[in-house]
Design a protein around this ligand. Structure first.
Ligand SMILES: [Zn+2]
Length: 256
């Protein structure tokens, strides 16, 4: 069974002061509109709102947002995307934006070519349809239709932008393995608690039981982290009831 690594990957000094350029300040009218149009932002207190505004300004300054095919993204749409991507960073800070520069946005779900070598060494090629993708040191990719679906049904446990940003946070310590960069003793606790919940969850899924949390979380430790992160923001009571230890770690990790 896949493992959450208990080994510690040290944070280096280069993490801090990563960004030197000053971002432009945020358009406050547009921000007010964003607070209204993104339901997950409604509960933010003043302090967290201020942190998020700074992150969004940084995001809009540093990232290239590229609409693909015939998609057009106006300033309001770009700010919605920035706000959703930055929401998981209010605890971790702007060093969470490190390591990539492009947000690509498809109008709808998109197809990618995959290949996989099985245990017998036979190469299988197939097509996958995705609503989001996060490259370890490359772009973050989202389907605009699915971002809109999340905005329309914000407390159902799904948010593709948060899912992909969780992968970005996970990859920051050099390995996408279900554990973002954490201080040493917390890392050990996190790995043990996530492993326990993940193993139990995989067992339920393997038995064919209907699970309250999306069964996709049983795919791998990194998907478990990304999926439970979606629940943390969009259905926290459900996550708390189903996986209290995971919920507590995520609460600590995602809070300022
Ligand atoms: Zn994923």
């Amino acid at each position: 069974m896949a493992q959450f690594p208990a080994g510690h990957v040290p944070l280096t000094g280069s993490w801090f002061g990563w960004f030197n350029r000053q971002p432009r300040s945020i358009d406050i009218d547009l921000w007010t509109e964003t607070r209204r149009s993104v339901p997950l932002l409604r509960g933010l207190d003043e302090a967290r709102d201020a942190i998020l505004q700074t992150l969004v300004a940084r995001f809009l300054h540093d990232k290239t947002i590229t609409p693909l095919a015939d998609l057009v993204l106006d300033a309001a749409a770009r700010m919605q995307l920035a706000a959703l991507c930055c929401l998981p960073l209010t605890g971790f800070g702007e060093k969470g934006l490190r390591g990539w520069s492009q947000l690509l946005v498809y109008p709808e779900a998109f197809r990618v070519q995959r290949s996989h070598e099985d245990a017998a060494g036979v190469l299988h090629e197939f097509e996958d349809e995705l609503i989001g993708e996060s490259w370890e040191a490359g772009p973050l990719i989202l389907s605009w239709a699915d971002v809109q679906a999340d905005l329309a049904d914000p407390f159902a446990g799904y948010c593709v932008a948060i899912h992909e940003m969780a992968h970005k946070l996970d990859a920051l310590d050099g390995a996408m393995d279900g554990t973002p960069p954490l201080p040493r003793h917390w890392h050990r606790e996190w790995a043990a608690d996530f492993q326990r919940e993940y193993d139990a969850f995989c067992k339920e899924v393997d038995r064919g039981r209907e699970t309250a949390i999306d069964a996709y979380a049983s795919e791998s430790p990194e998907e478990f982290f990304a999926v439970t992160s979606e629940y943390h923001f969009s259905a926290p009571a459900l996550l708390q009831a189903e996986m209290p230890k995971v919920a507590a770690h995520l609460q600590r990790f995602y809070s300022p």
